[in-house]
Design a protein around this ligand. Sequence first.
Ligand SMILES: [Zn+2]
Ligand SMILES: [Zn+2]
Length: 446
Amino acid sequence: MSAENKRDPYEVLGLNKNVSQDEIKRTYRQLAKKWHPDLNPDNKKEAEEKFKEINEAYELLSDKDKRARYDQFGWAGVDPSHGFGGAPGGGGFDDIFGGGGGFGGFDDIFSSIFGGRSRGGARRQVQRVGSDIEMQIELGFEEAVFGVEKEIQVKRKVPCGECNGTGAEAGTKPEKCSRCQGRGQVTQTSRSAFGLVQQILPCPDCRGRGEIIKKKCQTCKGTGIVNDIDTIKFRIPPGLPDEGVVIPMEGKGNLDAAGGMPGDLQLVVRVKDHPVFQRDGKLLIRDVTVDYVQLVTGADVPITTLDGKTIKLKIPAGTKPGQTLRVEGYGVPIFRDPKGIRGDLFVNVQCAIPKLKDLPREEQDMLEQLAAQRAERMQAEAQQREDEVKKSIKLPKKGSESKENKASSGRGNEGGPKSSPKSPAKGQGRSSPGSKRANQARKGQR
Ligand SMILES: [Zn+2]
Ligand SMILES: [Zn+2]
């Protein structure tokens, strides 16, 4: 798309030309959330286009320098192809959803909106945005599953209450800087190999503030900023993923420059383990140990769900130890699901084998009786099974011991193939540690 055909970025954001940087940022965030492709599954194509347009508009307008050039020269002022000294490359602008701009990276709603925010790099072009605060919070297993309201205390830099963040003593006001006419920036023109280069620099008199304070506020020493301990309340929605979650809280970071914007608070979430339940996304998993007879005959056993309810789990006859049974709807609520749909609970069935002597006398007798009664049949079954095993074994013939053996064992130093005709037993002995080792290696990889 050529620059001339592009829509006016103010028009894209629905703003007029006199709006403040803060207003631009706020509007951008609202619109970007509204048009985020993941939030508009029904009209994804349109949303993608709008979202891209909004981001482009914001990229331009959030940069005071570019914005000023656009205001003065239109697209010609910001598009490098027009030969005007445009800022190189644009750099990475700060997409509030993380993912560093561009499409295709929005694999799920969660990582784009709630976590995975890109850090570092050329993060912001909005000027005078304060630093972010990173804070760890720990959630209980059940809190992450069912959601919770939290209250935390954050030490952060905030506008001074005494002077309302102006830095000027009560009753006085900061005055407009005469050097920069309150713009906070000065333009410097210098000559370079490429011709005249215009550079916009922070005003040295007011250090970019646009104002000069004659009488400083005592509380904040004229900085307009004080340290404060802020209590922040927020709600964690049900189904919060239990790994790698960072919750960005806009504007809850530090204010580093009077009149600027505060940074964000980044809450790094850690979820505690549970002694019984485990989690895999929307699935809950727990073990239940039942009696071996119950596995054979089938049974209804009581199990407690993470809700604290006790329900009856039907164990079908013939269930094997290690088999998993599904209990629908007792898993983790799906994150941000408007209908509050929940995943399932998976119950891993384990088998308890009792010690004979621990059983009541009567049961011991019954079991011994049962064992005696089954002995003959079990013996026959075992014989049949082992006959099958024997058939499956194909021993190498004497004299032609396989080349395979030589190749796979890699240990043929003590005579190798020459010694093999002597005894097949030795040959087998040699190959088995090799395969044992291979087994171990395979196990180790798991
Ligand atoms: Zn103050
Ligand atoms: Zn100035």
